[in-house]
Design a protein around this ligand. Structure first.
Ligand SMILES: Cc1ncc(COP(=O)(O)O)c(C=O)c1O
Length: 474
């Protein structure tokens, strides 16, 4: 069995177009096992990019070359690179108390952060279970949903519904929820009991719904109800949805979608989990993106931007209703991670949220998002650009072979276009971003929230040049 390339963030350029690798790159080739990385490229002489420093919206590699960070690392570095105060917050906490677990104990930074997140979270989402990553947050949410229903007299409610092409992480439960068959094939059998429904890619909506976003929203939400009824409501515990789906290229929810999903979940007593591992912490313009789209989930999962990446941290935030049965007798949520809610990470998150407040980062995203959209939409005059979509500081540009018919590239063409050319050419031109073919081919942009028009223009101009050259090569 072969697997499709999953992540083309890395510029997989061939040896003849790459300057000789540095000694570090050679050591990486010999010893470092890259995540989602096709190592043959490096074995055959390609050089792994080694990033050594960052400052604001820019990163620098070990050849001394500077790049615009168009992806915030991996949707993480909200406050930008080189923030001394975040490094200092980490150092201060490490000096005072470097580590203590949250296993029947607590630490001041974890308590303070839980209180602060609860204040930001909508509705009665007041209970914070810390993890170290997004996958762990998703894993936690699913286990929590299962136990909640066991404790409340509905023990057969265990299954999860999620969307096609959606990425929810790599641990076996989260991977089961993930809707990318190529990411899962090698690890089957995975956790049973997951079911996929269509996503909200309006550009690829059924033809009769393309001009009517509201009707598309109703249609897409109703697919969730259909799946619940098909599986049996007494077997379904939760629906996992991202506010704006990342994988496939930034699908915003159609108008009315989440209102209807909320109604459906309530009708069938199914928990709505808002997977905000990417969308929280200003990516769309609010602390939690469910606020941007006006719905209140039962659980939020988040990670990445919570610390702007200065230390790893994730969280699963549950409503009072979900927590209630855990308050009594000898009931325990027998689940945890040694490093979940690490004091250093929690202290960094507190300092990161201070930056959000002091610099008005969410407001900044709200104010600048229309200009970001307008700047990227200029690319629609190129024959290869089929769609520009997204929200906030989170955009996908879908590449097509034929704009009129929306015909996409076949696997070989996508491979040659994205891996063979685009990723390397964008990087060489000074833009780090993501060329992704987990759905139809897209380029994704998700810059630090401190970016402004200057960086938007730089992204547009590099993309224009590289996409024009890509089209000429077809
Ligand atoms: C929506 C979503 N959920 C979960 C994850 C997994 O997060 P992590 O890589 O921190 O485990 C990701 C990662 O990108 C994600 O985008």
């Amino acid at each position: 069995m072969t697997t499709m390339p999953l992540d083309t963030t890395a510029p997989e350029v061939s040896s003849d177009t790459t300057p000789a690798g540095t000694p570090r790159a050679a050591a990486a080739r010999d010893h470092l096992w890259g995540h989602f990385t096709r190592h043959s490229v490096y074995e055959e002489g390609g050089s792994v990019p080694v990033i050594v420093s960052g400052d604001g919206c820019r990163i620098t590699d070990d050849r001394g070359r500077s790049y615009l960070d168009g992806l915030s690392g991996l949707y993480v570095v909200q406050a930008g690179h080189g923030r001394t105060e975040l490094a200092e917050a980490a150092a201060r906490q490490a000096e005072k108390l470097a580590f203590f677990p949250l296993w029947s104990y607590a630490t001041p930074p974890a308590i303070d952060l839980a209180e602060r997140l609860a204040a930001h979270a909508p509705g009665d989402l007041n209970r914070v279970f810390f993890t170290t990553s997004g996958s762990e947050a998703v894993e936690t949410a699913w286990k929590l949903a299962k136990q909640y229903f066991k404790l409340t007299g509905k023990p057969t409610k265990t299954k999860v519904i999620s969307r096609s092409v959606a990425y929810h992480g790599t641990t076996q439960g989260a991977l089961s929820i993930t809707g990318i068959p190529d990411a899962k094939a090698m690890f089957e059998p995975l956790v049973p009991g997951t079911h996929k429904v269509p996503n909200t890619n309006a550009y690829r909506a059924p033809e009769h719904l393309r001009e009517d976003p509201k009707a598309f929203g109703v249609w897409a939400a109703d697919r969730i109800e259909e799946a619940i009824e098909f599986e049996g409501a007494d077997t379904v515990a939760a629906v996992f949805l991202e506010p704006v789906q990342n994988s496939g290229g930034c699908f915003p929810p159609p108008p009315g979608y989440f209102d209807r999903v909320r109604e459906i979940c309530d009708r069938h007593d199914v928990l709505l989990v808002s997977d905000e591992v990417i969308c929280a912490f200003g990516r769309i313009g609010s602390m939690f993106a469910c606020d941007d789209f006006g719905y209140v989930p039962d659980i939020i999962t988040c990670a990445k931007g919570i610390t702007s990446g200065y230390s790893p941290l994730g969280a699963c935030i549950a409503s009072d209703r979900i927590f209630e049965p855990f308050k009594h007798g000898d009931t325990t949520f027998s689940h945890g991670y040694t490093f979940g809610g690490h004091p250093v990470s929690a202290a960094v998150a507190m300092a990161n949220l201070d930056i959000f407040e002091r610099e008005g980062l969410n407001q900044r995203v709200k104010e600048n998002a229309p200009a970001f959209r307008t700047t990227l939409e200029k690319l629609l005059d190129l024959p290869i650009v089929g769609d520009v979509r997204g929200e906030g500081y989170f955009y996908g540009i879908e590449l097509v072979k034929d704009k009129t018919t929306r015909e996409t590239f076949d696997d070989d063409e996508a491979e040659r276009l994205l891996r063979g050319f685009m990723s390397g050419a964008l990087y060489e031109a000074g833009l780090y971003c993501r060329a992704d073919d987990r759905g139809d081919p897209v380029v994704q942009l998700s810059p630090p929230l401190i970016c402004g028009q200057k960086e938007f223009d730089e992204m547009e101009s590099i993309l224009r040049d590289v996409l024009t050259r890509a089209w000429d090569r077809l």
